[in-house]
Ligand binder design. Structure first.
Ligand code: HEC
Length: 132
């Protein structure tokens, strides 16, 4: 009887002991994910595949133009065509984070960290938005 009780206690206690260890390991979200969702996703879509049609939006998924950070830095800071620039709206750190995010997600596996210093170095200067 005691033995059975003890066995039960062990069975109950073990998962209870393990649970906090499992729960304490959440997948830390990438710092650029929030910026992507709040700013870029509206145009580039949740899957980063962009959109076809009258206003074509380039896919960021599986995009070899992201291989080196300089190109996306120049686009995100300076804008291009229908894409507005974000220097002045987002901090240099947020721009670095979101570029780091798209370079390592959506089928892109490019190495190398993107830093705020790289955004300062390679980015377009802050421009005023033309308020119309
Ligand atoms: C208002 C819609 C819009 C938003 C918001 C937007 N983009 Fe774009 N993006 C575009 C369009 C349109 C293009 C294509 C521009 C062209 O080539 O003329 C583009 C192109 C790009 C390119 C160049 C892709 C290539 O292969 O040439 C990158 C990189 C990019 N966007 C990243 C971002 C990131 C990161 C964000 C969020 C900070 C963002 N975009 C937000 C519309 C948008």
């Amino acid at each position: 009887m005691i033995k059975t009780l003890l066995r039960c206690l062990v069975l109950v206690a073990v998962p209870a002991l393990c649970a906090p260890a499992i729960a304490a390991e959440p997948a830390a979200p990438h710092p650029g994910e929030k910026v992507y969702r709040e700013v870029c996703q509206a145009c580039h879509m949740a899957n980063a595949k962009g959109a076809e049609g009258a206003g074509r939006i380039t896919a960021l998924a599986g995009n070899s133009n992201l291989a080196y950070p300089e190109y996306p830095i120049s686009i995100v800071t300076g804008g291009k065509g229908a894409m507005p620039w974000f220097r002045g709206q987002l901090s240099d750190q947020q721009i670095a984070d979101v570029i780091g995010y798209v370079r390592t997600h959506f089928g892109n596996k490019y190495k190398g960290k993107v830093t705020a210093a790289m955004v300062v170095e390679n980015g377009a200067p802050v421009q005023l938005r033309d308020e119309r």
